[in-house]
Design a protein around this ligand. Sequence first.
Ligand code: SF4
Length: 240
Amino acid sequence: MKISYLSLSGKRCTVQFYGCNFRCKGCFAMQTNRYTEMTPSRLSAIINQLGIHEVVLAGGEPTIYRKELPSFIKSCNARTILSTNGSLMDRAFVTELENVCLDEVHIDLKAYTRELHEWYTGVSNEKVLDAIELLNDSNLNFEVITVFIPDIIDNDEIERIATFLSGIGDINYRIIRYVPARGLSRRPTEEEIKEAVSIARKYLSNVTSSLDYRAHPLKSVRLYGQDIMDITNAAGTPER
Ligand code: SF4
C-alpha cells in the first residue's frame, strides 16, 4: 500500500492513502508524488504501537488497496472508519469488511445527477449509487456525505440526493461545507448549509452537517517517510 502520510491528533490517526481513481475538480488532497510503501501488517503494527484509539482510512482513495485493507483492519486494535468515494465497493468487498468487523463507512455521494457527477469527478456515479444500496443491505454502520459547493452542488442537488437516499431507507446523511480549492467556488455561508440541511430533512430523519462538528481540534502532527519508518523499527515488525 502507498501511504502519503499519517496525521496524528491525540489518540486519533488518519491514514492518507496515496492515489485516487477520481479526478475531482475541487479535490482537497495534496497533489504530491511523495509516499511510503507499506504492508498491512506493518501499518497495523505502527497504529498499535502508537496506542491509537481510532483510525480513519482516507486519501486519496483507500479502496484502491482493497485487497490489503481487510487484513489491516483485522490486525489493527483501533476503532476503524473507512472514508471512501464508494466507486470500488462491490458485494464481495462489503462482505469482507463485515467479516473483519469494520466499525464504520463514510461514503461520498458527490452528485446524484449523472452528468454532473461525471463532470465533477471524471467518473460515472453508477457504482457509488449501487454501493449505497449494498451498504444499506449489510450490517455495517455507514453514513453518506456530500460536499455543498455553491452554484455547483447546492440545494437542488442535495434534494435529489436526499430523495434518492430516502427511496433506499432512512439513511444517515451529512452535508459538508466546501473548502475552496483550485478556484472552483466560494465557501458556503452557514445559512446556506442550514437551508440545505432543512431541505434534506424533508426526506430523511438523521441529517447533520459540518456545522454540528465544530470543536477546537487537537493539534495534529503529520508523519512522512522516514518518520513513519522510525516508528516501524521501534515496533520491531519485520516487513512481510
Ligand atoms: S475522491 Fe477525494 S481524493 Fe479522489 S479526486 Fe475526489 S476529492 Fe480528491
